[in-house]
Design a binder for this molecule. Structure first.
Ligand SMILES: Nc1ncnc2c1ncn2[C@@H]1O[C@H](COP(=O)(O)OP(=O)(O)OP(=O)(O)O)[C@@H](O)[C@H]1O
Ligand SMILES: [Mg+2]
Length: 314
């Protein structure tokens, strides 16, 4: 099973559009997929036609411990389930603030639920922040996909995002890797989009082999700007149902195929043998932005880490 957090703290870069249409594309290619809406805005839920009213099972119930992961998921299409969210989830940020092991709630809910293993993919649509919901996604995930809009501010903030994955890998989830960058809202034929793609490619190819992003693939499938992708959410349908022949459907179908192609390589590299993160990799800050992140106060102090403790110097 692949557990993928679709994450970028920048807003409006295509996280939800990618989470929903990738989930639908993978389901259409025969994979059993659960899309988890981790954003209190509930956009991914609405995009697959689920409005979570009072009493609807949501991901909030999983955080509150009142429903299991499987009890909260709903079948919305063949092979495709969703765990929706609504504004209630915003309260979780506050309610969890004083809890022990708040970063592990989602991971533990999934691990203690035997039905989860029957899925091939779990896809988390993260909110545009690095708060406790995103940290839960990164702790439960095995992989991170970063949607990126290639304009000139796109790479700003990427160092913070990469460093957050490094911190989570060191302290909370040693198996975490950034395995893909999805170029969204891509303006075909523009010099700027190509320049930014080249910068990113150079950075990734020079990264420390121990960093979580050293194996990140910039997917060949670029998601072009396509008005049908912007229209589909208001009809509560993934793009394949809304307009199956449009450029957006073609791009997300290609992306889904590329993601499936990664499976063979991933099956070969067992997590137990994945390289641990050397301390030096924290200095491998992306050259395009000098900023270093402040350590999130959401990350447990080393001494409180679970039994599977990750050594600082490992
Ligand atoms: N390739 C595309 N072509 C046209 N419109 C797009 C494309 N991708 C996304 N959009 C539109 O851009 C807007 C932002 O996309 P989306 O909601 O996926 O971003 P997000 O990163 O999830 O945003 P947020 O940070 O608010 O969660 C939406 O209106 C969406 O429909
Ligand atoms: Mg979103």
């Amino acid at each position: 099973m692949r557990i993928i957090a679709v994450m970028n703290q920048k807003g409006g870069v295509g996280k939800t559009t990618t989470s929903v249409n990738l989930a639908a594309g993978l389901a259409a290619q025969g994979r059993k997929v659960c899309l988890v809406d981790l954003d209190p805005q509930g956009h991914a839920s609405l995009h697959v036609g689920e409005e979570a009213y009072n009493g609807t099972a949501t991901i909030y119930d999983v955080f509150a411990g009142t429903r299991t992961f499987s009890q909260s998921k709903k079948l919305v299409d063949s092979n495709l389930w969703v765990i929706p969210s609504n504004i209630d989830l915003a309260a979780a940020e506050v309610e969890l603030s004083g809890e022990d092991r708040k970063e592990f709630i989602l991971k533990e809910a999934m691990e203690s639920d035997p039905e989860v293993q029957s899925l091939d993919y779990v896809i988390f649509d993260c909110p545009p922040s690095l708060g406790v919901l995103t940290i839960n996604a990164l702790t439960a995930a095995t992989e991170v996909f970063i949607p990126l809009q290639p304009h000139f501010l796109a790479l700003q903030g990427l160092s913070k995002l990469f460093e957050t994955t490094a911190l989570v890998k060191r302290r909370l989830n040693r198996n975490l890797t950034v395995s893909g960058v999805v170029l969204c809202l891509y303006e075909t034929g523009t010099r700027l989009a190509q320049d930014i793609t080249d910068d990113l490619f150079n950075f990734l190819s020079q990264s420390d082999p121990g960093s979580p992003w050293s194996q990140a693939k910039i997917f060949d499938s670029r998601i072009r700007r396509n008005i049908k992708l912007a229209e589909a959410p208001s009809f509560g349908k993934p793009i394949f149902e809304y307009e199956p022949k449009c450029a957006g459907a073609i791009d997300y179908n290609n992306l889904s195929s590329e993601v499936i192609e990664q499976e063979a390589a991933l099956n070969q590299s067992s997590p137990a043998t994945s390289p641990s993160l050397p301390e030096s990799s924290l200095s491998a800050t992306p050259q395009f932005s000098p900023e270093m992140p402040e350590q999130s106060d959401l990350l447990l102090p080393e001494s409180e880490n679970d039994g599977d403790r990750i050594s600082e110097a490992a």
